[in-house]
Each structure stands twice: as C-alpha cells, then as structure tokens.
Design a protein around this ligand. Structure first.
Ligand code: ADP
Ligand code: MG
Length: 756
C-alpha cells in the first residue's frame, strides 16, 4: 500500500494539509497534539465513545491497534448459500430479524439457558444464528446491524445454523456512515479491541483511522534506511498503513514487528539514557577493596570465617561487585539468583566494603519477618568482626548491626538514629522504616535492596538519596538490587534495563532438588500429612501454608488460626504446632520464629508472611493448601523455604482444581525446580502485564511488543539504543527520537533525561 496523497482537504474545506512543519514527514508529536475531533464524523457522541477507549488524540487513535491476529479476510468470506455443515467459517451478514431473549424451553427450576435467535442475510441466502445465555446480544445485534460471525456451521431441524459464534459488529444498525459491504468483499479488515460499553464498531474505528492516515500522509521515520535494512524492518508509513488497512494478511506481521520495535526501542533508549545520566550526575565513592598494608579487609575476614566455602558463582558475583565498588561511579547492579543460591552472603560482602572505608551499609527488606531474620543472620555472620575506632582505648570496637522496622520501640529507635548520625551503627537492616526522614546517615556507602519486586523505583531512589543527606553534601551510595526469584533475561532487560546484571547460577553443593507433588484427592493428601509426621519424628520441621484469603489480613489471620486448630486436633495431633501471620505483634512473631528454629515448635502453620527468605535448615516439608491460588513465582519462593540443608525435602501442592491455568502452573512446579526455567513458564502464562507493572514509572507504551515472542526485538532494541547513545549521548543528531520519547515518558523523567 502506498501512502495516501497529502493533498487531502481538511473537513471544513480549508486549505490542504501541507507537509508538516519542521522537516519531511509527519511526526508523532504533531499527532499527539491533535484532538480526534479534527476528523470527519467525530462529533460529541463519538468523542465520548472514543474517550471510553482511552482515545483522545489522533496519536491515540492510530496506536489503537487491531486486536492481535484478528483480521478478517474478505477474500475468504464464503457466501451463506455455499456454507456446508462442519465448516469453520467467517460469515458476513446483515441482521434481518432478532428475537427477544427467551428463557428457553422448560419452566420453573428446570428452565434451560436463555436464548437469542438472530437471522442474518447476505446477497445469497439467510442463516440462523443462536446465542445461549448472552441476552445482551439482542441489543447488540439489532435489525440492520452488519456483523462478522465466526463459528462452526451446524444444523437444527434440517436447516443450517450457527451456534454461539463470535460476533464482531462492523456497522451498527442506523449507523449511516460508509462502509457498504459491497466494497468489503475483497478487503482485509481489522477487528479492534472495543469495550462493550463503548458504542463503537470496528468499522467506525477503521473509518476514523483511515481518514487520519490519509490526512497524515507520510510519516517521518526515526530509523534511517540503513538501519531498517540492517534490522529488517519496514518503514513507519508502511507499518501504520499495513497494520490498520492491509491489502493482504502477509503485510500484518511485518507492520506489527516494526511498530513493536519502536515501542521497545523507545523504552530501551530511556533506560540506557537513564543509566548514563545517573553516572553524569554521580558523586560516587571509591571504596577501599584492598588494604595498603596488605592485611585482610573486613570482607576478607568475613569470607574466611564462613562455615562453608563460597560457590564459584558467589565468588564471581563478589568479584564483579568489588570492581564496581572500587571504581569512581556508583554501582547500579542487579543480582539475580535462584532461591537458596546464597545471595545474602554476597550482599554482606558488599556491605562490609562500605564499613571498611569508614562508611555505612544499609539493607532493606520487604517484610518485618525477613528484616528480622536478616538482622539475626548478618549479626551472626559478622560476629567478632571489629572496626578501627581511635576514640577507644583499644583503638577498635565491635562492628555494630542495628535493626529498624516500624515496630522498633521509640527508645531503641532514638538510639539507632543517633548511632546512624554519628557513624557508630555500621550496618542498618530494616524495612521501609529506613526511608523515613529521621533516618540520617553519617556516611552511607552501600545500599542493598532485597526482593526488589516488592519495591518501586521511587523507593530505590529514596534510599539512594539518603547518601547525599538532607543538605546534599554527601555521596551517592553504591546500589545492589536483589530479586527474590529469577526473572527471564529479556524481561529483566525491560524492567531493570538501567542496571548492570550479575547472575548467581549455581546452588551450594549438596542440595537435593525438592521432591514436588501435586495432590488432588483426600486420599493423596494423606501422603502429605504422613510425611509431616515422619519428618518431624526424625527431628525435622514442616511448614503448612494456608490459602490466600480475599479481603483483609485480619480475615486471613482468622482462617489461619482455624486451620492450625483443625490440624492440631486431627491430621497433626500430638505435634507441636505453631502459628504465624501478619497480624501477630512483633514480639510474638519473633518468639514463634525462634521456637520454630530451635525445634520447640515442629510445624508452622502460616500465611505467606513466610514467603520470602525465611531460612530454617531443618525444615524439610512444605505443604501448600489451595496451591492453585498462588502464582508460580510465589510457589517457587515458598518451596524455597525447604531443602536448604543437605537432607531430602518435599513440597506438596494441595489442589483439586482442574482449570487449565492452575493446572499448567502446578504441573510446571512438579516438573522443575529451576527458577530460571519457571520464570519463562510464568511469563508465558501470565503475559507481560504483571512484569511491566513493576517497570519504570510511566505510561506503558508496550501495546504490540511481546516479551516472549519478541525476545529478538528486545535484544536488538537494546543494542541499537546502546550504540546510538554511545555515539551521541545527547542525541543531538536525533531530535525526532527525543521528541518521541518525550511523548511516551513522564515529564519529570524527561526532565531528568534531557535536562534542557
Ligand atoms: P537466597 O539466595 O535465596 O537469598 P540465602 O542467602 O538465604 O539464599 O542462602 C540460603 C542458605 O544457603 C543459607 O542458609 C546460607 O547460609 C546457605 N549458603 C549460602 N552460601 C552457601 C555456600 N556457598 N555453601 C553452603 N551453604 C551456603
Ligand atoms: Mg534471600
């Protein structure tokens, strides 16, 4: 398809649109400034309808893409007269009769499903179409409506019939605008995503888009021809035209690829620029990673004293981090590793580098339980390490680790604040409480954020800002972000594209994969409880995770209490059963965890408060009730609470569900214990929505790009963005790209990326 002529006249008969100002070709920025009301036929009612779909500007309109893969090929439409029983057919017809919804055959309680009968016709014949339990179809398919029906042709009392097909309205009854069906026979037309509420049809959107594209003329293309050739992408004018009005189905995918590339490219460009700008502005610390006297650093001493030998992957990660820390720029690194791969050791090694140089370290965790556990573990790991302190008689003092959560008592908190300000607290561990204004550091050197998926970008920035201090005289601390469970590589490029990445791809030696079984029937479930009893008899411990409950934490707590009582009185009678949920007071939580660690409690019935990080080596059984309610990442994380020692461990997923989606999740869990493999499955099942939810702030510009099937595009977009920014960090030769980025990112982000 060629571009429409650019001499179309404006609707009010004014002068023809000349070539857009400021260079050849139409810019997206110009379309973002134009309201859809400039289009013919878009009056007040249409404006309202379009607004329902989030369409306000011409740019919104032309980036409202046809539903993925839904094009109707007019060349393959079969006339009604030629239909044969058993055909899977697209039938284009106008509604000639419609029954009001009937409640069908039968009376009273035995009444059948409600039923709407519609008769449609084309030039060749008539056809009966029936819908069950879709009473609203009677209204949607009023007489005179032109619609496309897709389904399998059946028969009823010797006549052909289409039952419950999909139906896409192309022209509503009484809609007097074009398209007459005549000229559609030989065309491909797109099916647009519509809401039931919006009073629009695909045909009307198609008409508006067509007019917009005709009048827009040729698009300016930020990708030069050389680049397009290298990337095998069509030009932008062709892409917009082919995605909205292809003349053959073969045009659709290349058009989609090009526009999807643009989305990913803008995103990667913003991320690559963000990374660069953070460096431009940085006041980093060159940390001391080796001592001038050649003696062991705190990190060396810490690693020497570990009761185990770090894995090769841990050593590689630590080396990469020490390199970053020694350099002048602040580190921005993502540490990915499977559950149980030992990320905490790597984090502590980094925190100690800060302390070595007289700075402080901070570790932020998403939950109180986890923060407490980290504080306990870190205190133990650094026990007997000392820091030099000329004010003491000895010239040194013990290294001081403090825990700060919202539950920390006022007096303790004041002491911690004071210690942070004068530098006598070396490592601070805590929850969001670390972000409060009262927390001021003497000199914050290294920040670690655990289980990053629970925190937003803003919180990352807020914690980092603690290094500069309120008067902005300090430094930018080095930042290490850790994920709870792995996310696929390409997804990480999108979500954490402004961070460098290190992967800990090795588990400590001697770990046995956790045997995982999905138990469906009461008989099968007995296996789980008998395993709990036999493992406890051998001195091990077990977790029972209760289902997620809709509603408040309090409701959830009540149900956990009930389940713990039930189990203690039945399947697990005679065992010492404890209880853990978010509503317990801190002291109680701490006591329960301590008792479980020591073995005073043998079974812990809990909500997902134990999800992340809880580390008890003797725990060998995990029972997850109503496992179908949980997502893969969460199940994998929960399962990671067992099998942390060298004993065999089991995870039982209890669920009677046979719905396809939970089935896919639970089977994946049974088949694999590899978090990276599961992450791919998860992304495939859930789509990108959830991952992108955690993405950089801002409007999601990814409408066409798919993280799994477009992995190659993600990688290409990344490499082109890096190449471009390396050559031209201000993008001064790429004003068009800069303008486009400004449309798609938030103002304050744009401010940061392009200071001017
Ligand atoms: P995660 O990566 O899931 O946060 P943790 O850091 O909590 O994992 O470590 C899991 C467990 O493995 C902890 O008990 C930790 O002490 C232990 N561990 C870590 N590194 C090693 C190692 N190299 N050899 C043996 N055990 C290790
Ligand atoms: Mg961890």
């Amino acid at each position: 398809m060629t571009a429409a002529p650019s001499d179309a006249t404006s609707p009010d008969g004014g002068p023809p649109d000349g070539p857009p100002a400021g260079g050849p070709g139409r810019k997206l920025g110009q379309l973002a400034e134009l309201e859809v009301s400039v289009l013919k036929g878009v009056g007040t009612a249409a404006l309202r309808d379009l607004a329902e779909l989030g369409i306000g500007t011409v740019l919104d309109l032309i980036t409202h893409y046809p539903r993925q893969g839904r094009y109707i090929d007019g060349t393959r439409l079969v006339p009604i007269a030629d239909l044969v029983v058993g055909d899977k057919a697209s039938v284009l017809g106008e509604v000639t009769r419609v029954s009001s919804p009937s409640s069908g055959y039968g009376r009273g309680r035995r009444r059948g499903p409600s039923r709407v009968e519609v008769e449609i016709a084309d030039d060749s014949a008539r056809l009966k179409v029936v819908f069950f339990n879709q009473a609203w179809r009677a209204k949607q398919l009023a007489v005179g409506t032109l619609a496309l029906f897709f389904g399998t042709i059946g028969t009823y009392r010797d006549a052909l019939q289409l039952s419950s097909p999909t139906a896409d309205v192309l022209r509503a009854a009484g809609d007097d605008g074009e398209p007459d069906d005549g000229d559609r026979k030989g065309r491909i037309f797109p099916v647009y995503p519509l809401t039931e509420k919006a009073n629009l049809t695909s045909a009307r959107i198609s008409r508006y888009v067509g007019e917009a594209l005709d009048r827009a003329g040729r698009f300016a293309d930020p990708l030069s021809e050389a680049w397009r050739r290298r990337l095998d992408l069509v030009d932008r004018t062709e892409a917009f035209n082919h995605i909205h009005r292809p003349t053959s189905l073969a045009q659709c995918e290349p058009a989609r690829r090009r526009l999807a590339f643009d989305e990913l490219f803008r995103l990667q460009l913003a991320l690559v620029l963000r990374k660069l700008r953070l460096q431009d502005d940085a006041r980093g610390i060159r940390h001391t990673v080796s001592r001038s006297d050649g003696g062991p650093t705190l990190t060396d001493r810490f690693l020497d004293r570990l009761p185990f030998c770090p894995t090769g992957a841990q050593q590689r990660a630590i080396t990469a981090i020490l390199d970053d820390l020694a350099g002048p720029l602040p580190m921005h690194r993502l540490l990915q590793g499977d559950v149980g791969s030992g990320k905490t050791v790597v984090a502590v090694a980094a925190l100690l580098v800060a302390v070595e140089g007289g700075h402080q370290g901070a570790l932020m965790a998403p939950t109180e339980v986890l923060a407490e556990q980290h504080a306990g573990a870190v205190a133990e790991l650094v026990d007997s390490l000392t820091v030099s302190d000329p004010t003491t008689l000895e010239g040194w003092r013990p290294l001081r680790v403090a825990l700060l959560t919202s539950k920390t008592a006022a007096r303790g908190r004041a002491a911690i604040h004071a210690g942070l300000a004068d530098g006598t607290v070396d490592i601070l561990i805590g929850t969001h409480a670390l972000l409060t204004d009262q927390v001021e550091f003497h000199s914050l050197g290294v920040v670690v954020i655990d289980e990053q998926h629970r925190f937003g970008v803003e919180q990352r920035a807020a914690l980092r800002a603690k290094g500069r201090g309120p008067d902005d005289t300090g430094h930018d601390p080095d930042l290490l972000v850790m994920t709870a469970t792995p996310i696929p590589r390409t997804a990480a490029m999108v979500v954490f594209g402004d961070l460098d990445m290190t992967i800990v791809d090795e588990l400590p030696p001697g770990r046995l994969p956790v045997t995982t079984a999905w138990l469906r029937t009461p008989l099968e479930v007995e296996e789980a409880w008998s395993r709990v009893r036999s493992e406890v008899a051998r001195g091990h411990r077990a977790f029972v995770v209760c289902p997620l409950v809709e509603g408040s934490e309090r409701v959830e707590a009540t149900s956990v209490v009930a389940e713990a009582e039930r189990l203690a009185a039945s399947e697990l009678s005679g065992l010492r059963v404890g209880l853990l949920h978010g509503q317990l007071p801190s002291a109680e939580k701490e006591r329960v965890m301590a008792d479980f660690r020591s073995g005073a409690l043998e079974v812990l019935v809990a909500t997902t408060v134990i999800e992340v990080g809880v580390d008890v080596a003797e725990a060998t059984v995990m029972v997850i009730e109503d496992a179908d309610r949980f997502g893969i990442a969460q199940l994998h994380q929960l399962r990671g609470r067992v099998g942390r020692g060298s004993d065999p461990a089991w995870c039982y997923l209890l669920s009677e569900s046979d719905a396809p989606e939970p089935e896919a999740r639970l089977s994946a869990m049974e088949q694999s214990t590899d978090g990276f493999a599961l992450a791919e499955v998860d992304l495939e099942l859930r789509g990108e929505g959830t991952i992108l939810g955690a993405r950089q702030k801002g409007k999601s510009d990814l409408k066409l790009a798919r993280l799994i099937s477009d992995q190659d595009l993600v990688v290409e977009a990344r490499s082109v963005a890096e190449e471009l920014v390396a050559d031209d960090p201000e993008l001064s030769a790429h004003r068009l790209l800069v303008d486009e980025l400004r449309i798609f990112i938030e103002d304050d982000e744009a401010e940061f990326l392009f200071k001017s």
